[in-house]
Design a protein around this ligand. Sequence first.
Ligand code: ATP
Length: 311
Amino acid sequence: MTIWSKQDNEQSASVRLLQNDARIRGIYNERTYRVERLLGEGANGRVYLVSAGRKRLAALKLGYDAASLQSEINLLSALNRKDKPYLLDADDAELGGLRYPFYVMPYIEGVRVTAFIAKRGRDWTYILLRQLLARLDELHRQGWAFGDVKPENILVSESGRATLVDYGGVSRFGDSVRQFTELYDRGYWNAGSRTAEASYDIFAVAALGLRLLAGYERFDARANRIPQNRCAEDLVTLARQTPACKPIAPFLEKAIQGRYDSADAALQEYRQLLLKWGGLKALEPLHLPWLTAAFISSFVAFVSVLWLVLN
Ligand SMILES: Nc1ncnc2c1ncn2[C@@H]1O[C@H](COP(=O)(O)OP(=O)(O)OP(=O)(O)O)[C@@H](O)[C@H]1O
């Protein structure tokens, strides 16, 4: 369960669930969206898959009350880039005589990280953690911490690409983390402050990795201890006792102890560990088609240039 560090958000469970095919029309921008289906639900609102115009799909988050979405909207518009849009529209809609705020963002196709790993195998954990570090590094470079790293906020596409969703917990570096989930929160583990910084998110990635690799039962048994008995060392011990953690043990240890200053540094070391281990060979065929294609086309180009030069 996500926790708000500043204020508690009153969830209005009474908001009507929109049926498939329902229309949502923005009062100010006058854009209309058709609901395809419900994608998910959180404390701030419900997220629907919608189509706009020529079948273009997007994700629309309908908030429970006027204040709940504003900070998310502000943040997404601050992150917006021409080559990488985060926010497509923000408006209010009138539904059943009441006004609700909503915003529209790119639709991320995929399943929750836990469902993906359950289906495709535990070795994917190593790959997905690496991708998470890369996504976080991108965000950190703009001066933001993600905050609420948890399985519900990580979607993985069919081809195995991980994407972070739910930017409601993103906080400026140096501020307090706005939203977090206890299991992955270093404050909960007495392993550091709730200051938004790179090491906060890196800890959460390591805690998530450890929970996935060691198993929920063993991880949660430690999480359920009384506060005085929860500590970083406890997690490090769990990592050491778990054979599946071995390939990335040095990363887990450093991340849990807050010894990485940047996601980039963590990522470099993480990549080296995977290379050294070499245990992901079984997954490589999944990546091979485009690699092979790239190799063949550069080889053909090389031979053609050589032929031209020699003739
Ligand atoms: N852009 C998106 N594309 C596809 N699915 C999405 C997208 N954004 C959110 N979802 C789905 O909707 C769910 C709820 O969305 P979100 O996490 O933003 O709500 P929330 O109210 O902030 O939740 P929480 O209480 O966890 O903070 C997500 O777990 C995810 O499954």
